[in-house]
Design a protein around this ligand. Structure first.
Ligand code: 5GP
Length: 191
């Protein structure tokens, strides 16, 4: 998606060898006009999949998921990072290793909002090692829901998550795929 790639080139900041900061339009301040175009693009790619629910993980996936859901006219469920003491039988539970914080979170979603009748599109801001996506897929497996695919805003294609999950048959649509990046050279896109 050219508009997004241009914005990453203009406003993205590379930290170290593998973190891309896009706080000015995606992860802190949110550019809703851009989100609108992103949502429209996800809709174009998954329009014929019978999506009736969008699943994301807090916090930064929520904004994108909500704007995207306006095109699909469906609800958004966001998996919550939880304290273990809150776990009970009314929740699906999984664990997700955080790429950015080097921690492992307990992640939950209410059984009431996901079940076998659901055809689910997962939305997230970044794909790196695929941990967040795998956690959300685990929740869908527990729910007996159908995963139609994942819409990712920025995939760091030099990290293994995307290739591994595609190999396993998951449909992943990424709007910007980063082939490599460095503080000196900035971002190079894969396609
Ligand atoms: P994964 O679970 O695929 O390893 O990493 C994806 C999650 O980590 C996303 O939900 C995102 O919040 C965060 N993340 C991974 N890489 C980056 C990055 O380069 N920049 C930002 N801002 N978040 C990232």
């Amino acid at each position: 998606m050219e508009l997004l790639k241009r914005r990453i080139q203009e406003d993205g900041v590379v930290k170290g060898s593998d973190v891309l900061k896009v706080d000015s339009f995606l992860n802190h301040q949110m550019d809703i006009a851009l989100f609108q175009e992103i949502g429209k693009e996800f809709y174009t790619r998954f329009a014929d999949c019978g999506v009736n629910k969008i699943l994301t993980i807090e916090a930064s996936g929520i904004g994108i998921a909500c704007i995207t859901a306006q095109f699909f006219q469906c609800p958004v469920v966001f998996a919550k990072k939880s304290k273990t003491s809150n776990l009970d039988d009314s929740l699906y539970h999984t664990r997700v290793a955080s790429f950015t914080h080097a921690t492992v979170s307990d992640v939950v979603a209410a059984r009431a909002y996901l079940g076998p009748e659901d055809r689910v599109l997962i939305i997230d801001d970044f794909l790196a090692n695929g941990e967040a996506l795998r956690g959300l897929m685990d929740i869908l497996r527990q729910a007996g829901a159908e995963l139609v695919g994942a819409g990712i805003v920025i995939e760091k294609a030099f990290q293994p998550g995307g290739a591994q999950l595609r190999q396993e048959g998951v449909r992943i649509e990424s709007l910007a795929r980063v082939a490599s990046m460095s503080e000196a050279e900035g971002v190079v896109f894969a396609d």
